[in-house]
Ligand binder design. Sequence first.
Ligand code: SAM
Length: 279
Amino acid sequence: MSRPVPSSFKPAEFREWHTPSSGLFFLAKRSLFSGRTPFQKVDVIETESFGRVLLLDGLVQTTEKDEFFYHEMLVHPAMVCHPAPEEVLIIGGGDGGTLKEVLRYPIKRAVMVEIDGEVIQVCKRYFPWLKPALRDKRVELRIADGNHFIQESNRKFDIVFVDSSDPVGPSTVLHQRSFFLRLKEHLKRGGVVAAQAGSPLYHFSSLRKKRLFLRKMFRFVLFYLAPVPTYPGCMWSFLFLSDRVNPLPKKIKKNPPVGLRYYNQEIHRAAFALPPFLK
Ligand code: SAM
């Protein structure tokens, strides 16, 4: 892997193309890291408006400024609705934002299975939350393909978070039917899966396809939404899957941890309300 970019690096424009004629750009104050791993190209840039930004293969994964929208909304709906989560599995999530949110709860164990150990090393260095999270005694880090892990392991979990990149390269399989079928076998009774599901605007047909096969696997298959300013289309979707846990009970019994910046019980209910184009 290459070394951090020298300080002589000139500010540059980073563009992420969302369609052939539109996208998002950042003017980087400086590039903190640029390298290639066996799996992907990794960049960390520093920007005025979003702080540090992690890009994998040129696609924004997380930014210091808006990470909380995504990570809080991936994690808290499932953690709050499950009556007593003790063992949690995170597939992907190398930037550590999901792990940071999971560790706010009194769980016994969080297993994170990330395919690319170099993403972990880079994020430990440039994003403030990963290093302390990895020091937590409850955390077990596995550098492995999440799909292989679930093929080979027979461990069961209360909640599984699928914090994958979009369906390109090694994460393609994490969006497929066979993966979810196998994943279900790793759920304890009353278990929940929460997964990022893409942009309702740009990935509409993939959302529809997923819903069709997931409805045959789980009793509760609900999409929910949150804004993520730096993701394509700004509106992002997530999936809540369970046979027993209803994400919209009459009364949400647990309060979320204090100190969150986006998620609360009102946001929880609002997030599951879908606009007509998605219904
Ligand atoms: N939420 C972010 C997004 O949609 O942009 C994803 C964040 S996280 C950085 C995604 C992680 O999934 C990456 O670190 C990538 O290396 C990891 N990943 C991709 N395919 C994987 C696989 N098959 N098994 C485990 N981790 C995988």
